[in-house]
Structure formats: C-alpha cells, structure tokens
Design a binder for this molecule. Structure first.
Ligand code: GLY
Length: 389
C-alpha cells in the first residue's frame, strides 16, 4: 500500500517536474556556494551561525543555543547530496564544537542540537564517536521527563510556571526513537509516545491549531495555555503549527499509530485551508497577523513535513505534495532565496524568530535553510519514486 502511495506521488511530482517547477540540482548547487561563503566569513567555530542582528551584522550563537545543530546539518545534507568529501570535512568541523552539549540537561532542544548535527553525521558516516555522544545526549534529554506529569519539560520556567511545554518540543522526539533503536532500551520511545499523547490531549484547540506554551502542575494538570512567540495566547503562531505538523508526522513514521497520522493531517488541513495563508503558501509569522512579516522558516518546516506526510496519506497525499512543491518553489524563488555572497551567507531571507520579543524580524534563520535543503532532497527522492525512510 505504501509503495502504491509513493509511486502515485512520484508520478504526480514527475508531472510537476515536466513543468520544471523546482530544479533541485541547481538549488543545491546554489545553496552549496552560499554555505561555502558562510563558512569563509568565520575564522573559528566557537560560535555557530544562527541569524543576523538588527544592524545587519552576524548573530552567531553559543553551542548551547537551540539552533546550534543546524549549520552542521546543512553541511551534512550537502555531503549527502553531493557525496563530495569536502562537505564531510566541513560538516565535521562544525559538528565537533557541539560535543559538550551531550551533557546539557537544561534544554529540551537536544534533538535539534544533536540529531541534526551528530545524527545526520552518524547516519552518513557511522562514526562510533558520534553514536556515543548521541546516546549520552538522549540520556540528558530523558532527564527532563517527569512521569507524574507525562511530558518533557521544555523550559525550566515560564513566567510564574515551573513546567512549561511548547509545541516545538514535538521536534525533539525523533531523537528518542533513534536512541531506543540504537540501545535496545524502550524507555526513550516510551517517553516520546507519552509526551505526544499528552500533547494531543492538551495542546490543541477545537480548530486543530495549537497553543504555543502549555504549563502544567506537578500532577500533569494543564494550568495555563499561553504564547511566547505568537501574536496572542489564542492565535496560531505559524512556526508552531509547522513544528506540530512535522512532529506528528514523525510520530506516525516511528509508531504507525493512526492517531498520530490523524493529528498530523488535522494540522496540515488547518494550515493549508487557512484563509490567511498567502497565495505563495509561505505564512505570515502568525496566522492572525495577515499582511505583516512572513516566516520562511515555518514555510520550510511545513514543506518538508508535508512531503513526508503526503506519502502516508492516500486520499490527501496529492494535495499535500502539491502544496509542498509550491512552498519549495516559492522559497527557491528570488523573493526568498538570496543571491550568493549576500544575506550574510544564509540561503533564505524573510524569516521571523520572535516578533513579540522584538527580535529576529524578517531575517535569515539557519533552521529555515536546514528544512529547505531537507525539503529539496525529499522532493527529489519522491519525484524519482524513492521512499524517504
Ligand atoms: N523552538 C523555538 C522556535 O521555533 O523559535
């Protein structure tokens, strides 16, 4: 059945390809030149490319920042695509500084930080040192799960609350499935399943959009449903919707439980049917703020997630694949993609990180580039009738 779905998608994408909607080879070459330029702008790897500051200068961040794994991830994706060992060398160079983060128990974002960097590196090289680092990282992440609450604690504190959980946390569960498969210890995947089930229970509104932050009491009772990066507590922050879509798609991949597929599809349908989704399908930073800044990072995450979801969705698969193709096509256009040598070496322009915090508004963000590259490679695989996983 899955093969039939993938074949149908391949035919659909081939039909689009006949119209040359996205030339993946050209996009990867362009991105590669830009990544080389970005590397050349830096003399050391102590701080990691993240974004730019309001004055236009580089906003590189410390390795403990949640986005530290994406630049290395971009380089690993270039290695995966080109098989050119020069990309491997560069990826290793930007992966190595993240090693101390395996012991970081102060964040839920170890999935982003370690799985996108060491995880891609291990998948492509089988370097045993990378595996040990990741197993330790998964142990550190698991310390943030309190069985009485039934969720991983995203941050240590949010306002007066001691157990905040953000929808973004869904993105760090894939790492736990990897850890169970590698170690044979089911406790990691059990944490992921419990977290995802409680997220379905408490994080969604009747229209299938999600709150950004849900805060829990020590017994696991939700006591506040609020926002941090969205326009309002009740508004659908665009990137949060994209994180949920992608995260529940991964949950279905890893468990084959129908409830996760249904949740991912509900989120996708909310996103794609929203009257404020612009014609180019790259959302405004919040669905309740039409006309304001876009968030290309949400567009890239949603595109990559939808491409995977399309392969699991017999009836809606075509719609998801064609929307994802349109999103990637928009991102690959000059409206979002920077010329080589511009944009401080980032591939995409026009992302929004934290508008209510008055920071990272209409800027490049390294994770937009990561999910764009991932989406391009997924698109090409599907077009060629290959399975993604
Ligand atoms: N995980 C933080 C963000 O999406 O901005």
């Amino acid at each position: 059945m899955r093969n039939i779905v993938f074949t149908a998608l391949a035919l659909l994408l081939a039909a689009f390809a006949a119209k040359a909607v996205i030339d993946v080879k050209k996009e990867m070459e362009h991105s590669g030149r830009q990544l080389q330029y970005a590397d050349g702008l830096r003399k050391e790897t102590e701080r990691i490319p993240h974004s730019i500051k309001a004055d236009g200068s580089l906003n590189d961040r410390e390795t403990s920042w949640w986005t530290s794994g994406f630049f290395a991830g971009n380089l690993w994706y270039m290695y995966e695509y080109t098989k050119d060992p020069r990309w491997k060398t560069l990826a290793e160079k930007w992966t190595a500084p993240l090693k101390p983060e395996q012991y970081n128990t102060g964040t839920h974002d170890l999935g982003f930080m370690l799985y996108c960097s060491f995880g891609n590196g291990y998948r492509l090289t089988r370097n045993p040192e990378y595996k040990d680092i990741m197993v330790q990282g998964a142990k550190s992440l698991a310390t943030r799960f309190d069985p009485k609450v039934g969720l991983i604690k995203s941050w240590d504190k949010f306002r007066e609350h001691n157990y905040p959980v953000i929808i973004d946390n869904m993105m760090n569960l894939e790492f736990l499935f990897w850890a169970s498969k590698e170690t044979g210890d089911p406790s990691y995947k059990n944490i992921a399943v419990t977290h995802a089930d409680n997220t379905i229970k408490h994080h969604f509104r009747p229209d299938n959009s999600s709150y950004h932050v849900v805060c829990y009491d020590p017994t696991g009772r939700p006591i506040a449903k609020v926002t941090h990066q969205g326009a309002a507590d009740n508004s659908p922050w665009a990137r949060g919707q994209a994180w949920g879509l992608y995260g529940f798609t991964v949950m279905y991949r890893e468990t084959k439980e129908k409830r996760y597929l249904e949740q991912a599809q509900k989120i996708a349908d909310f996103y794609l049917n929203h009257p404020n989704l612009p014609a180019d399908k790259i959302p405004y930073w919040d669905f309740d703020r039409p006309g304001e800044e876009r968030d290309a990072s949400a567009g890239a995450v949603a595109a990559s997630g939808l491409l995977e979801l399309s392969g699991y969705s017999a009836d809606k698969g075509k719609k998801y694949a064609s929307a994802a193709e349109q999103m990637l096509g928009s991102l690959a256009s000059p409206a979002y993609q920077a010329e080589v040598g511009k944009n401080n070496g980032f591939i995409l322009m026009h992302s929004t990180g934290h508008k209510p915090g008055k920071s990272e508004i209409d800027v490049p963000l390294v994770y937009a580039d990561y999910y764009f590259l991932e989406g391009l490679m997924r698109y090409e695989k599907l077009k060629n009738g290959k399975e993604l996983f």
